[in-house]
Design a protein around this ligand. Structure first.
Ligand code: SF4
Length: 484
């Protein structure tokens, strides 16, 4: 949101304001909007599944403050369910934007709205007009480079809370892990996308909505500038937000390592910003990329681990191109082990992520996966500093969510690895609940998913298995559930 607010703020005649609904109460947000109502053109809400309900409450309340204020909605949850959301809230939501390349469309919409009723074509937008749902395809646009950190505290105070939370939750832990004393964190966008989006074969549980561009990135020079701006604004722990770095942005990482700017070279190593980001384990196998990443300041990588039974990896849509799936799974496991070796050699710590459950998982597969996860954790106990083990949650936009409503697709997918799922009648009943829904309880969705797609298992059984892996983490000294 800071990126969008900064971009809007740079437009002629518009002022961008940033409010974080996680740290401010609804009451305070509405009071603030009320105080500025006379000069508020639009309230733009970033919706992910976890905050969608709150976003709709804010939208409704804003309209009661002043119905002329436009409500604009975007981000993953809206992108995944735009039709359902707009059909249900057509009186409330004036315009929505789909995917990531929404900056110029939003700018045009706001500028038009300032003068009249917007009737133009706004790339990436979808909205109701004269009772018809109209949408305009997104266009390719570069990653936004306008970030104005002053906006963070312009409207309501945020920095103080962010800094206090950071110190309380992370400061000491990062010092222990990296030997670096850091004070403030901020997300930095130098690229977005994942190599798997290029073939439209995201992991089954992945709900990232990449829109029209599977990958978008800054040049090495501009990426360094983004890091410099964050560093000069006082941030020293930078979350690089790209969905996956070493495979997807290998060239960018190598280019950045080859062209460190003067300001960065002039800093003593202990004062350079600490970078953290996402990686696939098989990406960390590329030693020269990992070396480059360590060279430019990456100290911790969040890694989704591709280890487990061959049929599980197939069901999760992990890359198993080899027709001999057992051999391919073994190869993936070995490549995960090599990733641990590279992390060890280059001093990069790993926060490992495991997803438990999938379409057609059986008791035997669950056991096999748990055994492999534990083996992996044992092999990496010196470099894996933290682990997240979570039950699969079918988020809108993911294949797993689609399986809940698309009966034939789920059936076809489960047949590929030869796995059993619940009866068509049961799945039909559950599908009715999700087909037109824009809002639902995530815990219930997990229950429903397990009920129809893992008939041999239950949520309790999966939770027990998860606790077994967490218990092993505790035994190995690996922290679970931290907020690195
Ligand atoms: S879960 Fe990660 S690796 Fe899988 S498709 Fe999504 S971003 Fe890519």
């Amino acid at each position: 949101m800071l990126s969008l607010a900064s971009y809007v703020n740079s437009l002629p005649g518009l002022e961008g304001h940033y409010i974080d609904g996680v740290i401010h109460s609804l009451e305070r947000i509405l009071t603030t909007i009320g105080e500025h109502a006379g000069r508020t053109l639009a309230v733009c809400l970033s919706t992910i599944t976890a905050n969608y309900e709150a976003a709709i409450r804010i939208a409704a309340a804003v309209k009661t403050v002043d119905s002329r204020i436009a409500i604009v909605v975007g981000n993953d949850h809206f992108t995944a369910l735009s039709r359902e959301i707009l059909e249900r809230h057509r009186e409330l939501i004036d315009c929505g934007f789909i995917g990531n390349e929404v900056y110029s469309g939003l700018a045009d919409y706001l500028l038009d709205r300032r003068h009249s009723r917007p009737a133009g074509i706004y790339p990436g937008s979808v909205r109701f007009e004269s009772g018809r749902l109209i949408s305009a395809p997104a266009i390719r646009e570069p990653v936004n480079r306008i970030i104005d950190y002053r906006l963070i505290d312009r409207t309501l105070p945020h920095s103080e809370v962010y800094a206090a939370n950071f110190t309380r939750r992370l400061g000491r832990r990062i010092l222990e892990l990296t030997g670096r004393r850091v004070n403030q964190g901020v997300p930095v966008e130098i690229g977005r996308g994942c190599i798997k989006f290029s073939g439209d074969d995201a992991c089954s549980f992945c709900s990232i909505q990449y829109g029209g561009m599977w990958k978008n990135e800054l040049s090495a020079e501009h990426a360094w500038s983004a890091i410099q701006r964050a560093s000069e604004a006082g941030y020293d722990y930078l979350y690089v937000t790209a969905d996956e770095l070493p495979l997807t942005f290998a060239r960018l990482m190598l280019d950045m390592a080859e062209s460190p700017p003067d300001w960065w070279r002039a800093l003593p190593p202990a004062q350079r910003p600490v970078l953290v980001g996402y990686a696939r384990a098989d990406g960390m196998e590329k030693e020269q990329v990992l070396r480059a990443m360590r060279g430019i300041g990456f100290r911790i990588l969040f890694v989704g681990v591709d280890a487990g039974a061959p049929r599980s990896l197939q069901a999760l849509n992990k890359p198993l191109r080899n027709p001999d799936s057992a051999a391919a799974a073994r190869k993936m496991y070995d490549s995960n082990l090599r990733a641990l070796g590279n992390a060890r050699n280059h001093g990069v710590a790993i926060k490992a992520g495991f997803v438990l459950g999938h379409l057609g998982m059986t008791e035997a597969l669950l056991e096999e996966n748990i055994t492999t996860y534990i083996e992996f954790l044992q092999a990496g106990r010196d470099v894996i500093i933290s682990a997240d083990i979570e039950l699969l949650s079918p988020e809108p936009g993911s294949q797993d969510f689609r399986y809940l409503t698309q009966l034939d697709e789920a059936e076809a997918m489960s047949r590929r690895p030869g796995l059993g799922i619940g009866s068509r009648e049961t799945r039909q009943r559950v599908a009715e609940r999700y087909r037109q829904a824009d809002i639902f309880d995530r815990e219930t969705a997990i229950d429903d998913y397990i009920g129809v797609f893992m008939p041999e298992l239950s949520k309790e059984r999966l939770a027990t298995a998860r606790d077994r892996v967490r218990g092993e983490c505790a035994r190995l000294g690996i922290v679970t559930g931290d907020e690195l």
